[in-house]
Write a protein that binds this ligand. Sequence first.
Ligand code: ADP
Length: 461
Amino acid sequence: MTFRFLTFAGAQLLAVLAGWSLGDALGALVALLLGTWLWFLLDLWRGLRVRRWLRKGQLADAPAMGGLWGEVADRARRMLRQLVKKAEDSEARLQEFLLAIQASPNGVVLLDPEGHIEWCNQTAAQHFGFDPDRDLMQSIGNLLREPVFAAYYASRDYSHDIVMNGRGSTLSRPVRLSVHLHGYGEGRRLLLSRDITALDQADAMRRDFVANVSHEIRTPLTVLSGFIETLQTLNLEDHERQHYLNLMSQQASRMQTVVSDLLTLSRLEGSPAPGLTEWVGVQGLLMHCEQESQALSGVIGSHNGRRHQIHFDIEAARGVDLAGSHNELQSALSNLVSNAVRYTPGGGSIQVSWHTLPDGRAEFDVRDSGPGIAPEHIPRLTERFYRVDRSRSRETGGTGLGLAIVKHVVQRHGAQLNIESTLGVGSRFSIVFPASRLRQAAPSLMGPAPSAGAQRAKEAA
Ligand code: ADP
């Protein structure tokens, strides 16, 4: 300020001196006036430059000048720079905040006091079918017309959430959303949505499961208590009593099988997958399957007089070890073979084979000439208690849990279950084991190969 005053006073003094030296006192006065005007115009021009720059607000175009206006411009530039920095920081923080909400697995919609959409994340857009750009500032009431939401929105009681259908929900593929509104700020609302389809399905599955288990246990229990009542109230001959006791024993063992299969399933679900430390001889597993299938076919054949033609081609399993749990693997392989025997009428053929695939994996394959399975049932066969032919399953002692157990065992061993079937022709169930779980035992550990004579005798037989 002092500098400004001094320059102004200096400029006037110079003008007076110049005017005096050129003329008299009048000349000095005229020069003083002219000097003052010149100074004023120069000052005005500098001030206007600063104002023009401030109006545009472009930091880079700040005028370079000294004096008071230079200082004003400099301070304004510094303040502007600070403001720009602050605005950039806030913008960056806002973007990070929005990115975090975008990454949320839940839908988030910000509503203004009139219920217009101010912002929504991609998840909410997917849940409700919004277009995050086009639907901005649209009224939520116009976009979400589900009656359950409309009633909730209008009630203004947001102490609880509601469950409604999501975008693209159909009867066969339902999409269920939990939607909750929260008030904030001055009349604003936050709408949160969560996809609970899987939870809903798990809940429905749990209910079905409990209903199925109760049904499976109740049926033999009802039969058992009926027989007990008969034995208690009727005076029966010995052979009749024996007949009822046999039937009761059948029902009791049926219940036992269901309970034991359920326990197996829960063990499979609740324990860690078998590692690569325990090795099981595949040949032993397959020979056990062969014995079981012959015995089972004998039992079925004793009823209808016709046994199955069962053929095991398991030479390739000689010396092959499989990493996993012996009990689990035996139960999975036996289940597939026993299903083939149980569902194929007497006289039908069953082919079981083990072979190595070119990529090092190995396949256990069971083919039967049974009734076959219609395509619509195939994807559901591994569901618990799912049966195509309920009465045949029960007749042959099935629980409807066999293939569910197989699926779990297969998954736990990193293997793959394949099912192919043609109605009226037969079925093929196969398990493909990964190469990482297979090894060929050293020749010294393998049992002796059948001698040529023994082989010929076998072929002749
Ligand atoms: P179940 O104890 O009833 O045999 P599973 O889970 O083992 O239960 O099999 C489920 C259903 O799949 C069976 O009820 C049967 O209808 C069908 N199924 C399984 N294996 C065969 C097969 N080899 N041939 C025809 N149907 C089969």
